[in-house]
Design a binder for this molecule. Structure first.
Ligand code: HEM
Ligand code: HEM
Ligand SMILES: Nc1nc2c(c(=O)[nH]1)N[C@H]1C(S)=C(S)[C@@H](COP(=O)(O)O)O[C@H]1N2
Ligand SMILES: [Mo]
Length: 334
């Protein structure tokens, strides 16, 4: 049971980590599907606490080198799970500018080097019986049981009318919809708001060797509109009315290329399939007013049904090329 507990924890940590990122990748149904498995793996980790506590108590008594690092690791796992539950129930969704979701993911990321160290320093032999019917069945029942606990928790959140009952299927909370002034200004990681002079700014559209430039005035002549929901992985969403021009209208007629890359003045970029151009808006306006610098002035991308991190702000260049649309890191690195 001891070895099985440690192996199960290893598998569950990997599952929680993977399903968390899958949920971040989507703003549609797969996000919820992934979060159900995610929450179940989190509760399964909690369920193993009594067994792991015995293992850990023995290990701590033995004072093996680096035992304190295991305690830091334990602290990070507890912090991540606690912040996840605080977010999901809505009991505490943030303190000041820091959201519970940011703490949740931040602690999980900080735990990575510790898990790697922990499983190397406390290596356990893996044997054929670990994949036996019996251990797999046990793992399956643990995860299914944890899934039921999650389901019961969701029911309880609704019966108790906790704020968590108001969250969207991605787990995000609504903020200031249809009230442009209440839309938060946020960035993926490190980007700061640049100062851009609309008189000299140009939107460059490159197709192979040819290139066309648009001035801010020229783009203002369009009035395509869309109501769309920005769903930030930081844990909030907001539905707003956006105006501007469908990206497809800025492209020359027939294109054989596979993808288009939208790039910010800051270097931040995202790549899309060319077939998406008709549903991507190059926005100049929010709630009937020109964008303000924080929300992407002079123009930003509005990408309905995609998570907020696809909505590139301060766009300067659109490049159409032969690269497949999946040819990029799944998440930006800046
Ligand atoms: C939620 C994840 C985990 C937590 C919070 C955790 C925590 C701890 C703590 C606090 C100790 C005692 C201090 C020490 O000996 O360093 C320990 C020991 C140990 N852990 Fe973990 N651990 C986790 C996952 C794992 C995994 C995935 C493995 C292996 C694949 C593992 C294998 C061990 C072993 C073999 C020991 C030593 C027990 C002994 O010396 O008697 N642990 N763990
Ligand atoms: C050590 C790794 C992790 C563990 C053990 C863990 C566990 C949990 C738990 C227990 C919850 C609360 C579920 C609920 O009651 O609804 C939760 C929520 C959540 N986690 Fe994680 N998590 C981990 C890492 C991550 C990562 C890396 C991400 C994203 C990249 C992530 C994204 C989320 C999201 C979006 C929610 C909110 C779900 C909702 O409100 O319905 N998690 N997590
Ligand atoms: N250039 C650039 N665009 C960006 C980001 C960024 O960091 N840099 N952050 C993205 C993320 S994560 C979100 S949620 C939205 C936030 O848009 P808002 O500040 O208008 O609410 O912008 C996206 N566009
Ligand atoms: Mo975001």
């Amino acid at each position: 049971m001891r070895r099985w507990t440690n192996l199960a924890l290893f598998a569950l940590l990997g599952l929680a980590f993977t399903t968390g990122w899958v949920a971040f990748f989507y703003a549609t149904a797969p996000s919820r599907a992934s979060l159900i498995v995610h929450a179940a793996s989190g509760y399964a980790i909690i369920a193993l606490t009594p067994w792991k506590a015995v293992i850990a108590a023995r290990g701590i008594q033995r004072r093996r080198p680096g035992w304190w690092a295991s305690l830091v690791f334990t602290g990070l796992v507890i912090a991540s799970i606690a912040a996840g539950i605080l977010h999901s129930t809505g009991l505490l969704t943030g303190v000041g500018a820091i959201s519970a979701m940011e703490v949740h993911v931040g602690a999980a990321l900080a735990a990575i080097p510790f898990v790697i160290w922990h499983v190397i320093a406390r290596r356990i032999p893996v044997r054929a019986v670990d994949l036996s019917r019996r251990s797999l069945l046990r793992a399956g029942s643990l995860l299914a049981g944890a899934g039921l606990v999650y389901g019961a928790g969701e029911v309880a959140v609704r019966l108790l009318r906790l704020p968590g009952s108001l969250r969207r299927f991605t787990g995000s909370y609504e903020v200031g919809s249809l009230e442009a002034a209440s839309l938060p200004v946020t960035s993926w990681m490190f980007d700061a708001v640049p100062a851009i002079d609309p008189a000299t700014w140009r939107l460059t559209v490159r197709v192979g060797a040819t290139m066309k430039q648009w001035t801010y005035e020229e783009l203002l002549a369009y009035d395509d509109r869309v109501r769309a929901t920005l769903d930030c992985t930081g844990g909030f969403y907001s539905t707003q009315d956006w105006s501007g021009v469908w990206l497809s209208r800025l492209l020359p007629g027939r294109l054989s290329q596979a993808s288009l890359q939208v790039r910010s003045l800051t270097g931040y970029d995202r790549r899309f399939a060319i077939s998406d151009a008709g549903r991507l808006l190059i926005a100049t306006g929010l709630g009937g007013m020109p964008l303000d610098p924080g929300h992407g002035f002079p123009v930003r991308l509005v990408a309905p049904d995609l998570r907020g991190y696809w909505w590139v702000k301060w766009v300067t260049t659109i490049t159409i090329d032969e690269l497949p649309s999946w040819w990029q890191l799944p998440f930006p690195m800046q």
